[in-house]
Design a protein around this ligand. Sequence first.
Ligand code: HEM
Ligand SMILES: *[C@@H]1O[C@H](CO)[C@@H](O)[C@H](O)[C@H]1NC(C)=O
Ligand SMILES: *[C@@H]1O[C@H](CO)[C@@H](O)[C@H](O)[C@H]1NC(C)=O
Ligand SMILES: *[C@@H]1O[C@H](CO)[C@@H](O)[C@H](O)[C@H]1NC(C)=O
Ligand SMILES: *[C@@H]1O[C@H](CO)[C@@H](O)[C@H](O)[C@H]1NC(C)=O
Ligand SMILES: *[C@@H]1O[C@H](CO)[C@@H](O)[C@H](O)[C@H]1NC(C)=O
Ligand SMILES: *[C@@H]1O[C@H](CO)[C@@H](O)[C@H](O)[C@H]1NC(C)=O
Ligand SMILES: *[C@@H]1O[C@H](CO)[C@@H](O)[C@H](O)[C@H]1NC(C)=O
Ligand SMILES: *[C@@H]1O[C@H](CO)[C@@H](O)[C@H](O)[C@H]1NC(C)=O
Length: 356
Amino acid sequence: MAKLGGAVVFCCGCVLFAFLAGRQPAVAAETFDGVVFRLVNEAINGNYSVPGDPRVGPALIRLLFHDCWLTGCDGSVLLSSTPTDGNNTERTAASNIGLGGFDLINKIKAEINNTANDASCADILAFAARDAAGILSGGAISYAVATGRRDGANSSAAAANAALPGSTFKFTQLAASFAARGMGSGDLVALSGAHSVGVCHSSSFDDRLDPAKSAGEINATYQVALIRDVAEKKQLQGNQDPIEMNNIRDMNSSFQSASLYDATGVNPSKGVLDNSYYTANLQNMVLLRSDWALTTDGVARNKMQEYKKNATKWYEDFGAAMARLSKLLPPEGQYLEDKRKNCSVTNLSFMNSNGY
Ligand code: HEM
Ligand SMILES: *[C@@H]1O[C@H](CO)[C@@H](O)[C@H](O)[C@H]1NC(C)=O
Ligand SMILES: *[C@@H]1O[C@H](CO)[C@@H](O)[C@H](O)[C@H]1NC(C)=O
Ligand SMILES: *[C@@H]1O[C@H](CO)[C@@H](O)[C@H](O)[C@H]1NC(C)=O
Ligand SMILES: *[C@@H]1O[C@H](CO)[C@@H](O)[C@H](O)[C@H]1NC(C)=O
Ligand SMILES: *[C@@H]1O[C@H](CO)[C@@H](O)[C@H](O)[C@H]1NC(C)=O
Ligand SMILES: *[C@@H]1O[C@H](CO)[C@@H](O)[C@H](O)[C@H]1NC(C)=O
Ligand SMILES: *[C@@H]1O[C@H](CO)[C@@H](O)[C@H](O)[C@H]1NC(C)=O
Ligand SMILES: *[C@@H]1O[C@H](CO)[C@@H](O)[C@H](O)[C@H]1NC(C)=O
């Protein structure tokens, strides 16, 4: 009887399957955006066989910023060598410490290479960063990105160090770095909210751990907890330059209570891209001096109060600022390739190394 029952169920399954198969419309061909979203989502959230990687989403968002900030959004940050820069490309710059996401960009490229969805590496990065922001915010951040970027063939570590804002910058220096790219201090305040996710090497905030050099710039109880935690992380990570979570929201509860962190209004879910950065910053509980610097400007401080209270407003402004960032163009006359064949090398070096 049990056997018969099984057979009946199996047979029903067959009929149902045949029914659905007959009615299903043809599956639409996957688009470029579709491939990028699928692979970014899989990298962040994992799938049946592979766990997700909490590091890759934040890495992609930072990678876009560091790409677009010099020579526009041209994929220059992705290059590991060029004919004129050798191996001293942007990604080796001190300012680019901890940069990641390269493997995923290369994986996306390999999947679309020579298909109808093929795109420049700069476009892949712009879309991947957009999708990372969408996924890490649970869908709250969404903005349109267009294709059409071309790939640069120049990538200099020295130029990256000169162009990227430093973690010890004062407000006026940060604002000037943004203004030079047609971005306002409003964009600076909104985009800095990206530091609600991801990590930071202790060498990027060492200056903040010395009470003599940082009085009034960092909450003292938080500083004490941080000094202790950095010492512990050096042991745990076996590294004299360990990483810490950017956001105190992502630290454990004993760290938070030792710091006297006030999490009122904050979604405690770790790793979410949201407005919790402003709650932390307005308590002087952020890692970087450049983050704290935003509190020193009256207008920026008011904006932070607004973002802290109104998540919707921040999601909107962050998305709009990311869209502007994604549109920064290479200077007129810069040598560009339509699409690299390999995001790590220019087509010129590609041909050289392949002997044609
Ligand atoms: C305003 C000036 C900024 C400065 C000085 C700055 C500096 C830094 C530094 C020093 C780190 C840690 C690097 C390390 O030690 O590993 C970091 C991480 C990060 N930054 Fe910024 N940043 C700035 C603006 C931005 C903007 C505009 C974005 C994106 C829209 C951004 C996104 C990120 C993200 C997501 C991380 C974490 C990366 C990861 O976990 O891999 N930052 N930033
Ligand atoms: C799961 O993700 C990994 C890594 O992205 C990928 O190589 C693999 O093909 C995926 N497996 C399935 C079943 O989708
Ligand atoms: C760049 O690095 C590769 C391998 O890491 C090495 O073979 C090559 O000689 C280097 N090129 C230059 C110009 O330094
Ligand atoms: C793309 O295709 C070219 C051949 O046209 C190949 O040499 C190259 O390695 C491919 N790139 C990637 C990332 O798979
Ligand atoms: C940029 O790259 C192109 C192509 O390799 C090269 O001709 C040009 O000299 C490079 N420009 C600089 C400033 O290095
Ligand atoms: C640090 O933050 C706690 C909690 O908000 C507060 O009680 C304390 O006064 C702050 N310390 C300083 C020096 O501002
Ligand atoms: C939480 O962080 C503190 C240091 O800030 C550390 O001593 C403690 O072991 C951590 N607790 C857990 C459960 O990981
Ligand atoms: C929050 O921001 C949204 C979007 O700009 C706006 O529509 C809403 O009125 C704001 N809410 C409050 C309470 O100010
Ligand atoms: C892309 O170029 C890098 C650097 O030369 C190389 O290591 C990698 O294997 C290349 N990828 C493909 C798919 O050819």
